[in-house]
Design a protein around this ligand. Structure first.
Ligand SMILES: C[S@@+](CC[C@H](N)C(=O)[O-])C[C@H]1O[C@@H](n2cnc3c(N)ncnc32)[C@H](O)[C@@H]1O
Length: 311
């Protein structure tokens, strides 16, 4: 049987008698198949076993179609290859954020795209009952080690592994821009209790100091991506409450290098370019008059939070 016939047979079996039940079953299977296809593309690219040309041909697409479809997804899933740098170099969040990101009455909180647990730990320390969902296995291993009191689950924002109405609040720190936002919003609305909240959080580097401006210029050399850190969230969520907190992350020269090395666009660079960028950052740290010879560095950040309520 050729693959077209096989596909038609499977689709008919899954859709059964059709109707809304058939549509639901078919959609679930399509999502799972798409997830598996992305996983295969990821394996082939990571191991450099196939070119985009070959992957496109296997999927019935052009090379450009295949890269357009998957490079964003692959970048979103690249953090695990730099999980230790991520854990060491990325800043946490200021304590004051929790009171704004999570309403006082909330008890059960989902940290979605939890990474290595930078925000998860703060949520647990605030006495909340936390579920942390993270798709990447290597990130999840560190998450479980660094936030042992959180319930850690494999999953994605587009298919959250939790029952309907099971959490009072969802927080997404530095991950919203990686999600398929329409699919994620519908899943978030499903797992929230009525009147539950969603908080979208980012740490933005404060570039008002000469050395932070130079660091930012070096990092922007390798990416054109700009993230919207005050996003509009559509219905069924209500009007946004927005908050900004200025604070300093106490770090070291090695911590700043790891912060740079764990950016997805740096992970994705060809090796020579990646090494060149990290060498330039190292030079800045060693020679800038505000930094040279310092073992401890205070890196200024602005934490931005947008909170919306369901219904
Ligand atoms: C920049 S990290 C942020 C991690 C953590 N929340 C923090 O604040 O440090 C982005 C995380 O989102 C995860 N991620 C990417 N795509 C995702 C998706 N579709 N659903 C859930 N998580 C995703 C990545 O694996 C990564 O751990």
């Amino acid at each position: 049987m050729n693959t077209d016939d096989l596909g038609r047979r499977v689709a008919d079996d899954v859709a059964g008698a059709g109707g809304l039940d058939g549509l639901r079953r078919l959609s679930g299977v399509i999502a799972a198949l798409e997830e598996r296809r992305t996983g295969l593309v990821e394996e082939l690219r990571r191991g450099k076993q196939a070119t985009w040309e070959e992957i496109g041909r296997a999927c019935g697409m052009t090379r450009q179609g295949a890269t357009r479809r998957w490079t964003g997804r692959l970048q979103a899933r690249s953090f695990g290859t730099a999980a230790a740098s991520y854990q060491h170099g990325r800043p946490g969040y200021p304590h004051a954020l929790i009171g704004s990101a999570v309403p006082r009455e909330a008890r059960r909180v989902l940290d979605l795209g939890a990474g290595t647990g930078q925000l998860t730990r703060l949520l647990v320390d605030a006495g909340l009952d936390v579920v942390a969902v993270e798709p990447d296995e290597d990130m999840r291993a560190l998450l479980a080690a660094y936030a042992p009191r959180a319930a850690v689950r494999a999953g994605t924002a587009e298919r959250i592994p939790l029952p309907d109405g099971s959490v009072d609040a969802v927080v997404v720190a530095h991950a919203w821009h990686w999600f398929d936002q329409a699919a994620a919003l519908s899943e978030i609305a499903r797992v929230l209790t009525p009147g539950g909240t969603l908080a979208l959080v980012w740490n933005v580097r404060d570039e008002s100091q000469p050395w932070t401006a130079e660091l930012g210029a070096l990092m922007r050399r390798s990416t054109r991506r700009r993230i919207d850190t005050a996003p509009v969230v559509p219905a069924p969520f209500g009007a946004p409450e927005r908050l900004e907190i200025r604070w300093e992350h106490q770090t070291t020269p090695a911590g700043i290098l790891d912060m740079v090395a764990s950016r997805s666009y740096v992970i994705a660079l060809p090796e020579a370019e990646r090494a060149g960028l990290l060498a330039d950052v190292e030079r800045l740290l060693a020679t800038h008059p505000d930094l040279a010879g310092r073992e401890r560095i205070a890196m200024p950040y602005l934490t931005r939070c947008t909170r919306v309520r369901l219904g």
